[in-house]
Design a protein around this ligand. Structure first.
Ligand code: SF4
Length: 235
């Protein structure tokens, strides 16, 4: 749909690129585990570095935690080593599974679940600078997995900080969220998105969408709408 706005092109952030890379490494560890293999020290790192090179192909937005390619490689290797704990702890049933479900007004809910364990627990693997609760996202995964016919017993985050290379790598931090609260948060968010998109597709009025200038992503280097006719809320 062309709503008549032009937005800018932004480079991917180095944090997102490292996150995608370490996810690819963890997926490799789970695949080895499902097939009865024993993950070796560099199995995840080799896959992750290759993925990072793909992500960085057209340039990256570097930041204070990862200032260069050399630092990125060090962090990826250390994060992959730390992420082996996730692969050890979880007996996987579904890994990086693409799921979808019908929601009202003819829309589809889609998502890739990082890992759903044999114990019925959904785990989302997060990398980044700050740990957050992510209930709505976890609840969305739970809804999708239930739609596939599985019983979900819980939802959790395995958080691995992108630690500055001058400090030792933090270990994985596990946090559990309430399953029913997470599903309610997901359902409320889904309905809000449907309502908002239905209004915007008729009016093309950006003010029907809640702006979020408090977000860490509300910066010219991250948000393609920043300083355009679509949104002048960013500072
Ligand atoms: S500039 Fe900020 S408030 Fe506006 S769309 Fe981007 S992130 Fe949202």
């Amino acid at each position: 749909m062309d709503a008549g706005y032009s937005i800018r092109t932004t480079l991917p952030s180095v944090g997102a690129a490292i996150g995608t890379a370490v996810h690819a490494g963890l997926q490799r560890l789970f695949e080895l585990k499902i097939n009865g293999g024993i993950p070796e020290k560099n199995d995840a790192a080799d896959v992750a570095i290759t993925k990072f090179e793909d992500e960085a192909g057209n340039g990256l937005e570097w930041d204070d935690t990862t200032q260069s390619l050399r630092v990125a490689h060090i962090q990826i290797a250390r994060m992959c080593a730390a992420s082996r704990e996730v692969a050890k702890r979880i007996q996987p049933c579904l890994v990086e599974e693409a799921l979808k479900a019908e929601v009202p007004n003819g829309y589809e809910l889609t998502g890739h679940v990082d890992v759903f364990g044999m114990d019925g627990i959904v785990t989302d693997f997060k990398t980044g600078a700050l740990e957050r609760p992510y209930q709505a996202q976890l609840g969305g995964y739970a809804l999708l997995i239930e739609e596939r016919g599985f019983q979900v017993n819980g939802v959790q985050i395995a958080f691995l900080r992108r630690t500055p290379s001058s400090k030792s790598q933090d270990a994985v931090h596990w946090s559990t969220q309430n399953l029913e609260t997470s599903k309610m948060a997901a359902w409320a968010t889904i309905q809000d998105i449907i309502r908002t998109w239905d209004q915007f597709s008729v009016s093309h009025d950006p003010w029907v969408i809640n702006a979020n200038p408090m977000s860490m992503m509300c910066r010219a280097q991250f948000c393609p709408a920043h300083s355009t006719e679509f949104c002048k809320m960013g500072c």
